[in-house]
Design a protein. Structure first.
Length: 272
């Protein structure tokens, strides 16, 4: 019987089974419209953003007795009561997860009486891939065979830079990733080594780090708009715009002076 993992624990750990009641394939758009007096319809400003996505799951107890369930009720409550967003993964889609949180009360008394209760997860709007492009796959990964990531995944997203060059990134996803992406999203550019200055251009946007840098690692966080060497803020040394990935093949252009570094594009694909 299929179930789900939430907060690193599977529903079967609590002797319950789960059935999805409502897993919308598309989160709702926030309206940006204005009613114009004397005109039919509305004026649409566009540039809509997505609301959180609600997922409902029916829980059913399959243990020895309802008394046994009552004994473990507080464990179930603790499991579902994460104060922060936690990863929610369904057994029929193990390569993706949602960042989810339970706000509504779960009526365990209903579960005691009828053997079933519904839990409502409020999730960030996009599903996230289980692995980051900045990590190589290991045994025991949640990714199924045929995954877009391969065993040499890290090498595919890292390039040695000793001069001006272009580099293609296959962003196999359905949703643009960068500034404006929801909490929990990830798109870092990690530069390790030395250079006098470096400029990266991607999808019509350009970001320049004026340097110089010697044998250090810079992390450019394109989601949270930060640039750091370790914990030191280096944003004042940057000009231009933070970068974004679009679904499909993305061509990166890298130029600069004194280039002797590696550049890693570390991201987690996200999906509608």
């Amino acid at each position: 019987m299929l179930g789900f993992v939430y907060g690193n624990k599977h529903s079967s750990d609590f002797s319950i089974i789960a059935k999805s009641v409502n897993r919308p394939i598309l989160p709702a758009l926030r309206k940006r419209e204005l009613i114009v007096p004397g005109r039919h319809g509305t004026y649409d400003f566009g540039n809509n953003t997505y609301d959180n996505r609600s997922i409902s799951v029916l829980l059913q107890y399959v243990g020895k007795s309802f008394n046994d369930l009552r004994i473990r009720a507080r464990d179930i409550a603790a499991w579902l009561s994460s104060l922060a967003y936690a990863a929610l993964t369904f057994d029929d889609e193990t390569d993706k997860y949602y960042l989810a949180k339970c706000y509504d009360a779960l009526e365990l008394e209903t579960l005691f009486r009828s053997g079933a209760a519904t839990v409502q997860f409020e999730c960030q709007p996009f599903a996230l891939y289980q692995e980051s492009s900045g990590e190589d796959l290991t045994w025991g990964t949640a990714l199924p065979w045929g995954s877009e990531y391969t065993w040499d995944n890290l090498a595919q997203h890292t390039v040695a830079v000793t001069g001006d060059m272009d580099f293609d990134i296959d962003y196999f996803s359905t949703q643009e990733l960068g500034l404006g992406s929801p909490a929990g999203s990830k798109f870092n550019i990690v530069i390790t080594g030395s250079f006098t200055n470096i400029t990266i251009t991607l999808n019509g946007k350009t970001l320049t780090y004026t340097g110089p840098v010697t044998s250090q690692t810079i992390v450019i966080n394109n989601v949270d708009a930060t640039v750091k060497i370790s914990t030191t803020n280096e944003l004042s040394k940057c000009t231009g715009d933070f970068l974004s990935l679009k679904p499909g093949i993305n061509t990166v252009n890298i130029i600069g002076t004194g280039l002797n570094c590696s550049v890693l594009f570390d991201f987690i694909p996200q999906y509608l």
